[in-house]
Write a protein that binds this ligand. Structure first.
Ligand code: UT7
Length: 329
């Protein structure tokens, strides 16, 4: 069987920029505090008429173009998101229709910030077992619509974005050597988006007053420490399962949650910060979309070179954590 490879990547961010200074006009915070505690300077916000499938379409079209494929050739669409256009149908189905990917089965995947890597892992299994030959794995979030813009402890973090990869059985492209995915449901309360779920629907005055439609973080400080630990474990697992040590890896592309988490990860792994991709200053945390957005930017900027060994790693609500080990060719 031909190896399973990433044969094209794409990404999209909406043009509207929201700076820290603008947030500081709404809540008691400052550019200095946000930069120091998170490394975020600005983030993108989707236009009111843009839903998750619209952002996903832009990223997917670029990935298809890079892969030299037409939408009709797609066998599968896996869309990772926690902010779908609608609870039913899946955002992936809206995307399938917008792309004209008439031959693809499509579904959403909910694994919060780890969603893209969970999606890669899903695609890898279907391709390995021979059921399909290719998949579009795309992560897209319009998380700005779920943010409590009055909560200075969390509203500073989030941004909207989308990123995509075409995964295919192929003799050329970047080989996916492994994926690993993990969950811990007992800590699910720590990063919660109740709105739209059966525990909160139908939305009523009481649930609105309680803010159940908005994203909430409990013990963000504790989550910070768990994130560093799980991130490091994910990177070590990815390297070890391919006979490498993390220091042999050319580039780590981590989920962009907080620059301090990323720096702590580099310190824990004893990896120089130049080997860890960072773009959080411009985009903030776009949940599942940060990893494919960063991957596409690293590919298109030439930061990834043929022969490089790359680890994609994520940690997120759920809790979830995941890794992929990819050899670029
Ligand atoms: O993507 C999924 C995973 N991501 C996460 O789970 C997020 C992980 N956590 C974090 O990134 C950080 O915990 C935050 C950025 C959310 C918060 O940073 P922190 O360094 O943990 O701050 P803190 O919550 O310990 O708050 C320190 C102080 C508090 O004041 P007191 O109690 O010391 O007087 C807060 O009230 O900073 C205050 N504070 C703020 N001050 C100015 C909290 N938010 C703000 C703010 N501006 N925006």
């Amino acid at each position: 069987m031909a190896p399973i490879r990433i044969v094209g990547t794409g990404s999209y961010v909406p043009p509207n920029v929201l700076t820290n200074d603008e947030i500081a006009k709404r809540v008691d915070t400052s550019d200095e505090w946000i930069m120091k505690r998170t490394g975020i300077r600005e983030r993108r916000i989707a236009d009111p008429e843009q839903a998750v499938s619209d952002l996903a379409k832009e990223a997917s079209m670029k990935a298809l173009e890079a892969a030299n494929m037409a939408p009709e050739e797609l066998d599968m669409i896996i869309l990772a998101t926690i902010t779908p256009d609608t609870s039913c149908p899946a955002a992936a189905n809206w995307l399938q229709a917008k792309l004209g990917a008439t031959n693809a089965v499509s579904y959403d995947l909910t694994a919060a910030c780890s969603g893209f890597i969970f999606g890669l892992s899903n695609a890898e299994q279907y391709l390995k077992n021979g059921q399909y030959d290719n998949a579009l794995v795309v992560a897209s979030e319009v998380i700005s619509r779920t943010v409590n813009w009055g909560d200075r402890g969390s509203c500073i973090l989030w941004g909207d974005a989308s990123g995509a990869a075409i995964v295919k059985k192929s003799d050329t492209g970047a080989e996916i050597l492994s994926t690993h995915i993990h969950s811990d449901g007992s800590a699910g309360e720590n990063l919660l988006l109740p709105g739209g779920g059966s525990a909160t629907t139908p939305i009523c005055q009481e649930s609105l007053e309680k803010g159940l439609h908005a994203l909430r973080m409990v013990d963000a400080n504790k989550t910070f420490k768990v994130a560093v630990k799980r991130f490091a474990e994910a990177c070590e697992e990815a390297a070890a399962s391919n006979g490498f040590s993390v220091s042999d890896v050319d580039l780590i592309i981590p989920h962009q949650a907080n620059l301090r988490i990323i720096n702590a990860l580099a310190g824990r792994l004893k990896v120089p910060t130049e080997k860890v991709f960072v773009n959080i200053e411009k985009y903030g945390n776009s949940s599942a979309a940060t990893v494919p957005l960063a991957l596409d930017q690293a590919v298109r900027s030439g930061q990834i070179q043929p022969g490089d060994n790359i680890i994609l790693a994520a940690f997120g609500g759920g809790l979830t954590w995941a890794s992929a080990f990819v050899r670029w060719e």
